[in-house]
Design a binder for this molecule. Structure first.
Ligand code: GDP
Length: 182
């Protein structure tokens, strides 16, 4: 089944977004490391795709060693990915572009991994500020990228952007099915 992986800095609102996308349904967890802490969780959605919950990066209060372990989990996942269709990189809409995120996107680009952006916590800003921040982010990206990735503006608190993200994924899945049937 096709996989879509969600990732971002810790505290960016990933868990809340995943809860929103899944309507807080308890989902079948189809893989992960049994026992111990599951660093990477797969959720089966609509019986036809997997949402992959990757660990957050950029924790302020972890040792270098721990960071390396996390990083290795993340890079191993992306390098082994067979079913991965796209990553979703989460960005807190309130913050200006952070190097850690830009570098991560750069790395995805180098690995030829498609990604979309999700601006989170949109309810925390007024409409003007929201637009201003998104535009500033796009400009920053265009300094290094030739074109912009698809992006979504979401609020898990206000349940905004849920339909858009899910429809985007459904559309890609339909295209994938169509191509395999042909
Ligand atoms: P994670 O560490 O990336 O999984 O982040 P969480 O989902 O745990 O969210 C981190 C904090 O941000 C929590 O206090 C959430 O309640 C808050 N938060 C997450 N999403 C939203 C949102 O859409 N709106 C608001 N106002 N707060 C949010």
């Amino acid at each position: 089944l096709p996989e879509y992986a969600f990732i971002g800095r810790s505290n960016v609102g990933k868990s809340s977004l995943i809860n929103m996308l899944t309507d807080h349904k308890k989902l079948a967890m189809v893989s992960g490391r049994p026992g111990k802490t599951r660093l990477i969780n797969h959720f089966l959605i609509n019986q036809n795709w997997h949402l992959v919950d990757l660990p957050g990066y950029g924790y302020a209060r972890v040792s270098k060693k721990e960071k390396q372990v996390f990083q290795k989990f993340i890079t191993d996942y992306f390098k082994k990915r067979k079913q991965l269709v796209s990553a979703f990189v989460l960005i807190d809409i309130r913050h200006e572009a952070q190097n850690i995120d830009l570098e991560f996107m750069q790395w995805l680009g180098e690995q030829a991994i498609p990604f979309a952006l999700v601006f989170t916590k949109a309810d925390k800003l007024k409409p003007n500020a929201k637009t201003r921040n998104v535009e500033a982010y796009k400009e920053k990206l265009l300094e290094t990228w030739e074109s912009l990735p698809p992006y979504f503006i979401t609020s898990s608190a206000k349940k905004e952007g849920q339909v858009e993200v899910l429809e985007y994924i459904d559309q890609i899945n339909q295209q994938l099915n169509y191509n395999t049937i042909r």
